[in-house]
Every structure is written in structure tokens, then in C-alpha cells.
Design a protein around this ligand. Structure first.
Ligand code: SF4
Ligand code: SF4
Length: 663
């Protein structure tokens, strides 16, 4: 608003004006203090270290709205426009309330300047356009991920009201008392032209009505904000600031010897940051939109998981959207059902998609920990998996002594034989015991040998990295395996660990440092890419073949490795790479992560079959992957869908090794 000073003479100093502001501020502060105190029931978590990185995150993800714009572009632009408008027009709001106190109030270097007046009107109109688009989406196109709620529409209406009253008050003032700078506020000025013929009394009434309505909406909004889902307006910048800066694939490592409870069975077992997350949900549904569990018909809905926990936290606290439906229920098994927790593949789509940086997966794993370690309650098929991990050091039933049998005829050396090697090839349980993945291990060894790489394996000294145990909530088992492996690895000299398993890769690289195991770890796709680029491996000319590549969640979303495997595939002559619609950062899980590879899948459709269908949609001859979990899931999926004659499943190492034969 760009008022002329004498126009405000009737407003300042009014007791009702001050009283209104005071009441709104007191009500807002009361609720805000309540919400902050509620966080006190959570466990501690340090989220104010690495200040420069945190400030950078706020600049990129809050001010520049990067994640929203990089996701669904048009809805993202709509939100960014409203947000940027909110920032610009907030200055006008300060001016607005300031001039209600004293006529002479002005923002230094801003008030009534041409640039600022233009910017204000540009954003007023842009916000109105964005609101129209938002309303159209909610009422007409109705994307599945959005919940149509009266609250959402009311908020859109209130913001619209703010824009219109602002322009109208400006226009009425200009029509009555024109000022030289008015034309710069082009929208208000044009509106003033339309009002010009009205009598002065009517213009006066219009100005006062618009002015007071604007003040009332603003103050009402302030009071309502902390009760509504638009609490995120205030909370989200802080949630981005407090976002974890640890590697994405690293879960918390509780001290099991001193812990009084294991995992999260109640709100007080979650951290204050987990609880703060719950204030942030905008109900946008981005997390659910590509959740493989939800898309394949499971009850798990990450948005609902957060909203149910939010409900549970705020129950009885008077928030209008709180149902009260969970009163008296336990958090795990009541508010969040067991099957919901077990359906998660820990693919991290939800976390990466969430514009306000809510961390769904750590909460799910914490609740699984409570189920397994405190309640001893888990799907029965996991009992043999846990038993095998405990007895054989792998999820499979085979004896640990046979771990290196796959390599018996390959001339592969063990670290016990050599004591030192450039690369320690970490084979993983699938490569060691699973028939299909043993072929991948053999292909990889062939490539290493062809390139003359100095490597050795741990042989029967290698145990499961513990990744499935941790994701399944069996933290005790995970920590035992991790500690054992770190001790073994520390006995030998090597420069890098290389593994074909993204699950082992992520765990050894990102989670073993908690046990003193700091190793340089690379994925086989990275090493193969390097060997091809340096000319140590020379792929042959394949007959032309259309290949689609599936990004493993532990490689892609967890560790940002997208290019190396594609580059390996591209190096194989005449390979045509066809991307699936859901690839790279938006990749769809194979269904085997989060320990799901060892669980029955009885609810809805099978995730691996959904992914195979997505692959079939681009008509490839080969569905390539770089993960033994994915390969296993696809082998099953292709068999179940009976499409093996049209599409083969291969690891990138197999394709590269085959091409060496075709020179
Ligand atoms: S991690 Fe994946 S499967 Fe689990 S809730 Fe998130 S999107 Fe769904
Ligand atoms: S958790 Fe995040 S992505 Fe999911 S609905 Fe809430 S704000 Fe949107």
C-alpha cells in the first residue's frame, strides 16, 4: 500500500487499533509458546552445528524455493510466487501497520520509491494469478496427491482478500488524494481511474472498509496460523535450517548399552526435531505421489503417517484439523499400524520430495526398532532372516564357511593370503550366496582381472554389512555385524573398498564411521567407469541393443550416483539408452529395500512387478541395474509377468564383461 500521509490522519492513535494488535499478538504468542514447549517432550538432537551450511540451505531451499521448482514445475512456481509475494508484500505490511501508528512512518530507501511501488503491484497481481491457479487445481483438475479441505480453500480466500483489500485501499486513496508517485503503483492507479467518478464520501467509505478489512484479515491470519496447516509458513524455514547435514544414508546409532528404551514407541522416544517435523506438513502429498508402497496398493501413505503423528501430538490442543481419533491409542500399533511400518522400502522418495524437509524414514526405522527390540513383534518370515544373520553372518541359510566358494575356480586371492591390495572387493551376501548374483560377482572379477586391477576379497571373513538388519529395526544385530566387520577390515591394508552392492556401499561408507571404520568406498559402477575411461577396459561393439537403466535407491537417492552406471552402459558400443519416466532422482524402488527383500508382499500389488511394467513401457531388450537386490527383484518380476523372452535383466558388470568377448 502506498498511502499519502494526510490520508491516515484518522487512523493513528485509535485505541481499538492498538487493542486489536495487542490481542492478536497475545493469542499468537500463547499458541507459539505452547507449540515450542510441546517439543520439550522429545529427545535431544543437535541441529545447530555447521552454521554456514545451514544458512546456505535456507537461501537455496527457502528463499530460492529450489526443491519446489525442481519438482513439479508449475505447482512449484505457483507456490514460489505466493512465497516471494509474501516476502515482498511483508514489507508493505510493516509499512501498513507503521502508518497506523504514525502518519510519517516510512521504510528507509523503500517507501514510495518507483521500484518498490512497481514490485508491490507486480507481486500483488502475480499472487492473485497464482491463487487462481491453486483454486483451479483444487476444484477442477484435482490432482490425487492433494486433499480437498475447506481449510485450504479458506486460506486461499484469505490471501486473495489481502491482495484485493490492499489494492482497493490504495486505489480509493489515490482517487481522493492523488500523489505524484501514484502512477508507479500501476495496478492501484488503474483501479483508481475506474473509481474516479465516485463521490468523495463513497471513496472514503471504500478506503476505510478496505483498510480495516485488510488489518482484520492480517491479524486474524496471525492468530489462526499456528492452529492451521499453514503453520509451515513460519516453521518451514526453521525446518530447512535444522535439516540433517549427515550423509543421507546414515541412520542414528543409539548407544544400546545405556539406552533405557529401544526405538520409538511413544512421542517422547522421538527427537524434538522429529516432533518439529510434524508442525511442517503442508499436506501437499508429494511424498505419497510416488511412494512405491502406496502406489502398489499398500496402506502406507507417508503423508498420512506424518498427519496422524501430528494429530496425535496436538490432540486436545485445540487445533481445528485435529481429529481426536487417536486418544488412548499407542503410537505404534495404534496411531501407526504395524503393517504400515513394514511396508516401507526405505527408498527415500518421500524425504527427497518433501518441500519442507520432513524426515519420514528415520521415524519409520525408529518405530521398527521399537517393534523388534522392545516388543519382539515382527512379521514371522523375518525370524529365519534374523537367525541366519546371527548364525551365518548373512541373511541366507548357507554356512558362512562357504562364502567364497563362488570364486574357487577364478584365482581370486583373499586378504588373508596377501595381507595388502589396492582394492578390497567387498562381495556382499547376494554376490557370495545367491546363484544369480554369483554370476555378477564372476563377471566383475573377470573385468578386474582383464584390467589388471590389484584386488583381494575377505572370503569367509566377510560378514553381512548389517544393512538389512538396521533397516528392519534390529539395531542390536546391525551393531554386532558392523563392529565385527570394522575390526576385520582394520586388520588389512588396502586403498579402497569396491563393492557391487549399493546397500553395502552405503552402509560401509556412511554408517561404519560411527564404529571407527573410516574407509574410502566406491561402487563398482564408479570403478568400471574409471577403467573404461582410462582405457584399461576396452568394451567391444555389441550388436545394437536398447537398454533401460534402473537407479537403485541406495546408489541414486542416497548417494547421488546416477552418471557412472549410465556412462558404463554408454561405453558399450551401439547401446541405446532408453530412460524410464521415473528415473534418476525420481527413480522408483525395485521393492527390495528396507529389508523388504526378505518379507512376504501380500498387500496390494508387488512393487517389483510395477517397476517391470514401467521398464516395459520403454520397450527395452535389457533392464539393467547395478544392485543385487534390484536384480533379484527384477528376475522375479520378469518371471511373474512372463516377459523374459522380450526383456532380459542384467547387472552393468555382466553387460560390460559380455562386450569384452565381442571384440
Ligand atoms: S521411503 Fe519410500 S516406501 Fe518408505 S514411505 Fe517413503 S516413499 Fe514410501
Ligand atoms: S510430508 Fe512433506 S511431501 Fe508429504 S504432504 Fe507433508 S509437506 Fe508434503
Amino acid at each position: 500500500m502506498s498511502p499519502s500521509h494526510h490520508w491516515y490522519g484518522i487512523v493513528p492513535g485509535w485505541l481499538p487499533y492498538y487493542a486489536l494488535i495487542a490481542v492478536a499478538l497475545v493469542l499468537f504468542a500463547r499458541r507459539a509458546i505452547y507449540l515450542v514447549r510441546l517439543l520439550g517432550i522429545g529427545k535431544p538432537a543437535v541441529r545447530w552445528d555447521h552454521m554456514p551450511a545451514r544458512i546456505r540451505a535456507v537461501l537455496v531451499f527457502v528463499l530460492a524455493q529450489f526443491r519446489l521448482l525442481a519438482g513439479d514445475f508449475w505447482p512449484g512456481l505457483m507456490h514460489a510466487t505466493i512465497f516471494w509475494g509474501f516476502m515482498v508484500l511483508s514489507l508493505g505490511t510493516i509499512e501498513f501497520f507503521g502508518r497506523g501508528v504514525t502518519e510519517a512512518f516510512s521504510l528507509p530507501l523503500l517507501s514510495d520509491t518507483p521500484g518498490y511501488l512497481i514490485l508491490q503491484d507486480v507481486f500483488s497481481l502475480a499472487v492473485i494469478a497464482a491463487l487462481a491457479y491453486a483454486t483451479f487445481r483444487r476444484l477442477v483438475t484435482r490432482p490425487k496427491r492433494l486433499t480437498l479441505s475447506p481449510e485450504g480453500l479458506l486460506i486461499l480466500g484469505l490471501i486473495f482478500g489481502l491482495m484485493v483489500t490492499d489494492l482497493l485501499a490504495d486505489a480509493a486513496r489515490m482517487a481522493l488524494h492523488p500523489a505524484s508517485h501514484d502512477p508507479w503503483a500501476f495496478a492501484g492507479h488503474a483501479l483508481a481511474g475506474l473509481l474516479a467518478g465516485l463521490p468523495a464520501g463513497a471513496l472514503m467509505v471504500a478506503f476505510h472498509a478496505a483498510w480495516w478489512l485488510h488489518a482484520a484479515i492480517l491479524l486474524g491470519f496471525l492468530v489462526w496460523l499456528p492452529y492451521s496447516k499453514h503453520l509451515h509458513v513460519l516453521a518451514a524455514p526453521l525446518n530447512v535450517f535444522f535439516a540433517p547435514l549427515t550423509p543421507k544414508g546414515k541412520f542414528s546409532t543409539p548407544d544400546l548399552e545405556t539406552a533405557e528404551t529401544f526405538g520409538a514407541g511413544a512421542l517422547s522416544d522421538l527427537t524434538w526435531k522429529d516432533l518439529f517435523d510434524l508442525y511442517n506438513c503442508t499436506e501437499c502429498g508429494r511424498c505419497t505421489s510416488r511412494c512405491p508402497a502406496n502406489m502398489s496398493g499398500k496402506e502406507l501413505d507417508p503423508k498420512l503417517l506424518i498427519l496422524n503423528l501430528q494429530d496425535f501430538l496436538l490432540e486436545g490442543a485445540g487445533a481445528p484439523h485435529v481429529s481426536g481419533a487417536h486418544e488412548g491409542q499407542p503410537m505404534v500399533g495404534g496411531v501407526i499400524k504395524d503393517n504400515v511400518l513394514w511396508a516401507c522400502t526405505t527408498c527415500r522418495w518421500c524425504v527427497e520430495a518433501c518441500p519442507v524437509f520432513i524426515e519420514h524414514v528415520p521415524k519409520i526405522v525408529d518405530m521398527r526398532r521399537w517393534l523388534v527390540l522392545t516388543e519382539s513383534r515382527f512379521p514371522q518370515e523375518l525370524a529365519p532372516t534374523f537367525r541366519n544373520l546371527e548364525n551365518n553372518g548373512s541373511p541366507f541359510q548357507m554356512a558362512w564357511q562357504t562364502r567364497a566358494d563362488w570364486a574357487a575356480d577364478l584365482g581370486v586371492r583373499t586378504m588373508t593370503d596377501v595381507g595388502e591390495a589396492e582394492y578390497l572387493y567387498w562381495v556382499g551376501c547376494y554376490g557370495s550366496f545367491d546363484e544369480r548374483n554369483r554370476k555378477v560377482a564372476r563377471a566383475f572379477v573377470k573385468l578386474l582381472q582383464a584390467a589388471g586391477v590389484d584386488f583381494a576379497i575377505l572370503g569367509s571373513e566377510e560378514k553381512c554389512s548389517g544393512e538389512p538388519a538396521r533397516r528392519l529395526g534390529h539395531e542390536y544385530l546391525y551393531q554386532t555385524l558392523a563392529q565385527g566387520n570394522v575390526e576385520t577390515l582394520k586388520q588389512y591394508k588396502f586403498q579402497k573398498i569396491v563393492t557391487a552392492c549399493p546397500h553395502c556401499f552405503n552402509t560401509i561408507k556412511n554408517e561404519y564411521p560411527d564404529f571407527g571404520g573410516r574407509f574410502q568406498v566406491i561402487h563398482h559402477s564408479e570403478l568400471l567407469d574409471e577403467l573404461v575411461r582410462s582405457g584399461r577396459l576396452r568394451p567391444g561393439r555389441e550388436s545394437a541393443r536398447r537398454v533401460t537403466y534402473h537407479d537403485a535407491c541406495n546408489l541414486g537417492r542416497y548417494n547421488d550416483i546416477y552418471d557412472a552406471p549410465r556412462s558404463v552402459l554408454a561405453s558399450i558400443g551401439r547401446t541405446e539408452l532408453a530412460e524410464m519416466e521415473l528415473s534418476r532422482q525420481r527413480g522408483f524402488c525395485c521393492g527390495g529395500g528396507g529389508g523388504r527383500a526378505w518379507m512376504e508382499e501380500t498387500e496390494g500389488r508387488r512393487v517389483n512387478q510395477v517397476r517391470v511394467e514401467q521398464a516395459m513401457a520403454v520397450n527395452p531388450e535389457v533392464l539393467a541395474s547395478a544392485c543385487p537386490f534390484c536384480l533379484t527383484m527384477f528376475e522375479d518380476g520378469v518371471k511373474a509377468k512372463d516377459v523374459g523372452d522380450k526383456m532380459k535383466t542384467r547387472d552393468i558388470a555382466e553387460l560390460l564383461a559380455e562386450s569384452l568377448d565381442n571384440k
